[in-house]
Design a protein around this ligand. Structure first.
Ligand code: FES
Length: 149
């Protein structure tokens, strides 16, 4: 499969996050954590988050799995650090919409997660890319039991 320069750039961003993961390692309480698991391959992602005044003050991850899932976790933690908890649902929707077969272009607000745009051509890998959002959602739900949807 021939790759154009956009694909190559995206591949380089994915490789960089996989080899030099940002925000890797656990946080201690009062941070909460959430876990996501892909039953088809056994890969896992855990995300820790500390929320302060409705914002994600600290967020980290750990996990084991394919380059897409682990790079996505690095990208996601980088993206949401400092953001309001309420903004996460919109980011998730923009990401999953853009990974649908005929979905729109991933918007700039998704930062490096845009490098995963090509995953839409491989539907079985979409789950890999979204796994960190599942873990983050669980961590945030635990940090704010009354979080509004
Ligand atoms: Fe397991 Fe990607 S192959 S999460």
């Amino acid at each position: 499969m021939a790759a154009n320069s956009g694909d190559e750039l995206h591949q380089a961003v994915i490789r960089d996050h996989f080899r030099r993961p940002r925000n890797r390692g656990p946080l201690t309480a009062p941070a909460t954590s959430g876990h996501a698991h892909n039953p088809f391959c056994g890969d896992t992602v855990r995300i820790w988050a500390r929320v302060e005044g409705g914002r994600i003050a600290e967020v980290t991850f750990d996990g084991r799995g394919c380059s897409i899932s682990q790079a996505a976790a690095s990208m996601l933690t980088t993206l949401v650090k400092g953001k309001r908890v309420a903004a996460v649902d919109n980011l998730r929707h923009a990401f999953t919409d853009g990974l649908a077969p005929d979905g729109p272009t991933l918007p700039s607000e998704l930062g490096d997660l845009r490098a995963l745009a090509g995953v839409k051509r491989f539907p079985s890998r979409v789950r890999c890319a979204v796994l960190p959002f599942d873990a983050l959602d669980e961590a945030l739900a635990r940090s704010q039991p009354n979080r509004e949807e």
